[in-house]
Structures are given as structure tokens and as C-alpha cells.
Write a protein that binds this ligand. Sequence first.
Ligand SMILES: [Zn+2]
Length: 119
Amino acid sequence: MLTASCHCGAVQIEISEKPETLTQCTCSICRRYGALWAYCTRQTARVLSAPDAETSYIWNDKVIEFFHCNTCDCLTHYESTEKSDDSRIAVNARMMSPKDIKGVKVRTFDGADTWKYID
Ligand SMILES: [Zn+2]
């Protein structure tokens, strides 16, 4: 199991397995956040934080909700707004210890244009 944590520690996310790959996305929001995504589901990632610990940001077609810590402002994860057991939670691997994700392949996803991996 791996744990991701925001800087102040108010938000902790447990992931059941080390990710096989991590994704940096070129879309308009991910490139601004500088996020590195570990794609999980509601079954493989558990967000452990008080309900008022985070604020979310939803835009455009409202299918994804980005969460950041109210105290330290770290972007911790996003969730699909449609909730089911296998709906996506993408955990920002920047919140993980570099030791924990050492050697994990980083892929680049062209979310800005072709919606394909470009590596
Ligand atoms: Zn925090």
C-alpha cells in the first residue's frame, strides 16, 4: 500500500498497489497544475480526510472534479463526478514520496489535442 499526502497532512489518500505507470497530461488544466497522475478507482484508492478539508473545482463539461487542500493548497486528486465502484480517482503522485514511486514509468498523454499517449 502507498500513501499520498498533501503538504500539511490534512488530506491522506491510500492506494492499494504501487501504480504501474504515471501520467502527465498536456490538457489545459493538468499542465497548469503540473500534476502527475496515478490512475486508480474508488476501489483501489481511499481518500481519508475530513469532509471540509478540501475544496473542489469543476469546469467545462463537469465530468471531473479536482480537489485541493484548504490549508496548504496542494492539488491532491481528481474524481469523476459520476460515482460508482470502478469510477476513476486520479491521485496526484506529486503527493507521494519520491522513494515510493522511484522507477515507475512516466507517460505523457496528449489531453490538449489527440487524446493519445505521445511517448
Ligand atoms: Zn494540506
